[in-house]
Ligand binder design. Sequence first.
Ligand code: FAD
Ligand code: MLT
Ligand code: ZN
Length: 486
Amino acid sequence: MVYDRDALFGKLRDLLGPKGFSTDPTALVPRLSDWRGRYHGKAAALLSPASTAEVAGIVALCAAAGAPLVPQGGNTSMVGGATPDASGTSFLVSTARLNRIRSLDAAAGIAVCEAGVILAELHEQALAVGRRFPLTLGARGSATIGGLVSTNAGGTQVLRFGPMRALVLGLEAVLPDGSLFEGLAALRKDNRGYDLRQLLIGAEGTLGIVTAASLRLVPAIGERAVAWVGVETAPKAMTLLRHLEATMGEAIESFELVPRSALELVLAHVPGTRAPLATPAPWNVLIEAVSPMSAPGPEPLLYEGLRSALETGIAADAVIAASEAQAGAFWRLRDSISEAEKQDGPATKHDISVAVEAMAGFMTEAAAAVEARFPGTRVNAFGHLGDGNVHFNVRAPEGAGPAWLEAEGEAVSQYVHDLVTRAGGSISAEHGIGQMKLAELGRLADPARLHALRAIKQALDPKGIMNPGKLVPFEASSHPGESGDL
Ligand code: FAD
Ligand code: MLT
Ligand code: ZN
């Protein structure tokens, strides 16, 4: 793709002014690598629009010139989704200045947020009016609404409320030709054909730039009870979930699996953390139960459920947090796993799902198979067991350096993804495809899925300007904007 750089720079500068257009390396460079430090790119300039109209102007100018655009929110992508390629031709579009909560209607339970609103900010503002946005994750201090929408993020409350797809009631987005999709109205019923809102959710910036979203709010909780429970095996953790659901129903909002290896990584690398149980258990589960405002708190029921689980041998040990501070400390252990693993050394990351009831057995067998096939590796599988989704990460053998990842990483990932595919599962449960899993999606997806992905991309972005090289695996000769063939 070749465009007249000076002419386009001039037009974009005129459109955005000095606050919205920058080639300053101090602003640009930190945005050119991903959170894990695995991907590094270059960009022609950083564009920071402050309104939907400016986004539409950027996309129209770049579409006319054939210049690629890479949308970026908090840059916490786990798959290199917001990192441009190395050509230096792309414009990085930051949503940092699109940061207004346009409205917060407590009675209707709807917040209209611009794309750059940070998740933690929405949590805070919703709480101030007695509501909450029921999706959270470890990166909530940086991840933005636009990024969460565009990755269909999951997190630690999916069990009860579902991922972003279930929480986005309306969307506003600029499509690849610069036109505006005005879909913010939170319609409960709308049958005007293909659902563009759902198409844009999880599109990873390949079909346009999300500028705002109408989001579902639910009533704020009254009380919560947070427990750390030791179990002997992953299947027993699943039995525990079903046992607690039978006694507490929807009160169980989070059920996160933490293997002993993950807890040990956190204790080793994250200052101020301590093990919740006196005797380490092979597996741990972090459970959060909640109650509505002015209803009895959930702790007595959780206590009862855990007591019977201990008596019947489902659980091995358990502690309920005695204070909000202790509850926060338990959550910190869970939320710090990725950071601790990153500090510890190389690991291949896999974000996999299989049918919910099959996951505990699958991950146990898959871990044994991987460790036998790649001697010395250590599987660290943690996360959202109740959703059938774990982060099945494979740590390098003790003492191995970054070279291990180069030499073995691809073979390990292919092995894991083959096992998942054979089990009818997904190689991307919540992080998306980005650039990290592009080749694997191309290798493993069935032809119908691949054809549909390519056809949709080609139809909506024929010039291939929106986040090229992400999500949609094209054969070398058939990228949009090149031959045009599917
Ligand atoms: P970015 O990283 O900036 O972008 C992500 C993708 O969305 C890119 O493809 C980008 O081009 C596109 N994009 C961003 N903004 C827009 C926009 N306005 N319009 C169109 N496209 C856009 N993810 C989970 O699902 N569950 C978890 O539990 C979870 N935990 C995490 C914990 C940690 C510590 C970290 C670092 C990450 C975690 N993630 C998790 C991954 C990540 O936080 C999510 O994918 C999040 O949705 C990304 O938001 P972001 O604003 O940082 O997006
Ligand atoms: C998590 O659940 O902690 C995240 O999705 C991050 C990760 O997979 O590393
Ligand atoms: Zn996760």
